[in-house]
Design a protein. Sequence first.
Length: 402
Amino acid sequence: MVTFSSEEFKQRVENTKKRMDTAGIDVLLITDPANMNYLSGYDGWSFYVHQMLVVISDEDQPIWIGREMDANVAKMTSWLFHDNIIPYPDDFVHSSMKHPMDFVANILKEIGQSNRTIGVEMDQYYFTAKCYERLLHGLPNATFKDATNLVNWVRIIKSDTEIEYMKRASIIVQKAMEAGIDEIAAGVRECDVAAKIYEAQISGTKDYGGDYPAIVPLMPSGDKTGAPHMTWSECPYKDGTTVTLELAGCYQRYHSPMARTISIGKPDEKVSDLAKVVIEGMNATLDVVKPGMTCEEVESVWRKTIEKRGYKKDSRIGYSVGLNYPPDWGEHTASLRQGDKTILQPNMTFHLIPGIWFEDFGVELSESFRVTEKGCEVFGQFPRQLFIKDGRLTSWKDDKGA
């Protein structure tokens, strides 16, 4: 069930160790499930309990530590030797008497790592204040350093296999987007559209299935399109309503997000005008992307383009994307915004999402792309337009994997 070669995993670990050395870290404790997957292959819905991957600077393989019932997942999905898979008993789960980090601390003592400089991912979803407190208590002779996003920056340049997985995800998201737009109509409930989208996301194509995306379908309608991170309700759509869909295809945990805006019937003039501005700015931005540019230079093209039409957008217009688990498909590294001087390199991958939102309406279109040797490659081939729904969508059909 391992999805990459052991050689690729070994190279990822070596690249991580180089960053650890630069940061002065001997032992890296990884609790972000995407980073655990990236370095080991571990893939299970077990991140609701504490689990960890331990990378030691002078050891060849990481060590997985997690719940006893999840140890078989590690054996099935990772490239690790079984001796490097260490489960903790189930009475550590949700206990007020003991904590999994107590178990981790004892393991590090047993293998002679308790006096070293230890990096922890301080600012991520799965490492709690209690985790840090118990590690400090259990390892009083260790020196702790913040290693937030250390592995994330290793992940930012993708291998050819990772790019292929994102391309497969892009085919899936196009099918999901088509299914959603097809189903949207006056009188249809929002939840029923969400169900069609989910079906397309998971069923994938005849050649490969889809995985669960890290974010649920975001699909606000009407006045709610000014609040882009709303999901669905049980209410039926009304004629004259605007809907935004932000979705992702996911294959082997790799994401290709996409957003589009739909009008049920004739769009309001302000929506139509804003859609033209967003599309113009997006096209201008994608046209200039190339290696050697900084993220802020990419953003400036968008900003200057929409300023000519009297619009502005203060928030970022994109971010690095790829491998992830709930609650986010972003990699938490480079952002396309003012002040980000990250230099684009081939096989960096981004979600460009230059939506514009106002108090009572918004327009959102987005594309996922990779930086190439000379420019960029947009993963999807879906029409880049404001969709006006007065029938079923027939403008996009893709034979590849269909």
